[in-house]
Design a protein around this ligand. Structure first.
Ligand SMILES: Cc1cc2nc3c(=O)[nH]c(=O)nc-3n(C[C@H](O)[C@H](O)[C@H](O)COP(=O)(O)O)c2cc1C
Length: 249
C-alpha cells in the first residue's frame, strides 16, 4: 500500500502550494537575463489547458522579444501614469519603466465577440444587455484563468512575475493595437512580465483563511461597510501593495 489515496496526494499538493505561495510580483527585473525560447512555450502550454466558458478559449498571447516594442509599451504606461496623476486618481502607481527591461513580456489579448458563445439573446433588448454583461464577465474570468496558469508556470520555473492591467481604456487600445498588429475587433486585456527579480522579492500580505472562507452561509464577520473599505483604501492599500507582509501595520 502506498500511504496516499488517489484523493490525498499530499506531496503533489505541497509541490503546487510551494509554487502558489512563492508566486510573487516584482516590478523590476534583471535586465541582462535572456529567457530561453522554450520557457515561453512551457509557460503558454500551461495557459492552453485552462478552463473557459463554453470551452471557447478566448485568449491570444503575443510574446514580445523586440526591445523597441518593449520600450514603446513602457513609454505608453509612463504616459498613462502621468495622466492618472493629473486626474488626481491617487492610486499608488509603480514605476512602469520596469516593463522596458523585463526579460519576459507577453501581451494578453481577447476577443469580445466570443461573448456570443455564452448565454445571450442577441436581439438588442434590455434583457440581452444584462446577459451580455454577464457574458463579458465569463469572458474575462476565462482569460484570467488562463493567464493565471501562465503566471504559475513562470513561478514554477523560478521566475518572478508582474500582472499589469492598467490598459483597459479606449486610448490605450488605440495606442497598443497598431504597435502589435492586433486586429481592431480584439482587445488588449493585460500584460504579463516575468524574469529574475532585480532586487530580492518580498511576500505581500494575504488575508487569513478564515477571512475568505465561509461554511454553508456567508459569515458576516467577513462583511465590510463602504466606510471600512474606504478606510482600508486610504490606510492599508499602499502598504499591502508595496511592503513585505511583516511590515504591514
Ligand atoms: C487582475 C490584476 C491586475 C493587476 N494590475 C496591476 C497593474 O496594473 N499594475 C501593477 O503594478 N500591478 C498589478 N497587479 C499586481 C498586483 O498589484 C499584485 O498581484 C498584488 O499587489 C499582490 O502581490 P503578489 O502578486 O506579490 O501576491 C495586478 C494583479 C492582478 C491579479
Amino acid at each position: 500500500m502506498s500511504g496516499e489515496s488517489q484523493y490525498d496526494q499530499r506531496a503533489r499538493y505541497d509541490a503546487l502550494m510551494e509554487v502558489a505561495r512563492n508566486r510573487m510580483t516584482t516590478r523590476q527585473f534583471d535586465p541582462n537575463y535572456v529567457v530561453p525560447r522554450e520557457h515561453y512555450e512551457l509557460i503558454l502550454e500551461a495557459a492552453r489547458h485552462a478552463p473557459s466558458g463554453a470551452n471557447a478559449q478566448p485568449w491570444h498571447y503575443i510574446v514580445i522579444t523586440k526591445p523597441e516594442i518593449k520600450k514603446a509599451i513602457a513609454d505608453y504606461f509612463v504616459e498613462e501614469q502621468r495622466l492618472r496623476a493629473r486626474l488626481k486618481m491617487k492610486f499608488p502607481t509603480p514605476n512602469y519603466r520596469g516593463l522596458e527591461t523585463a526579460p519576459g513580456l507577453i501581451v494578453v489579448a481577447s476577443d469580445f465577440r466570443w461573448t456570443r458563445a455564452f448565454p445571450v439573446l442577441l436581439d438588442g433588448s434590455d434583457l440581452d444587455r444584462k446577459y451580455h454583461e454577464n457574458a463579458e464577465r465569463i469572458l474575462l474570468q476565462s482569460v484570467a484563468a488562463s493567464t493565471m496558469s501562465a503566471h504559475l508556470a513562470a513561478a514554477a520555473l523560478g521566475y518572478n512575475v508582474w500582472w499589469i492591467t492598467a490598459i483597459g481604456q479606449e486610448h490605450a487600445q488605440r495606442a497598443l493595437k497598431p504597435l502589435l498588429g492586433v486586429p481592431d475587433e480584439l482587445a488588449v486585456i493585460d500584460i504579463f512580465c516575468f524574469g529574475p527579480a532585480a532586487k530580492p522579492p518580498y511576500k505581500r500580505w494575504k488575508k487569513d483563511l478564515n477571512q475568505i472562507m465561509n461554511w454553508d452561509r456567508f459569515d458576516m464577520a467577513n462583511y465590510m461597510t463602504i466606510e471600512q473599505i474606504d478606510a482600508w483604501v486610504k490606510d492599508k492599500r499602499s502598504q499591502v501593495m508595496y511592503r513585505d507582509e511583516s511590515k504591514v501595520d
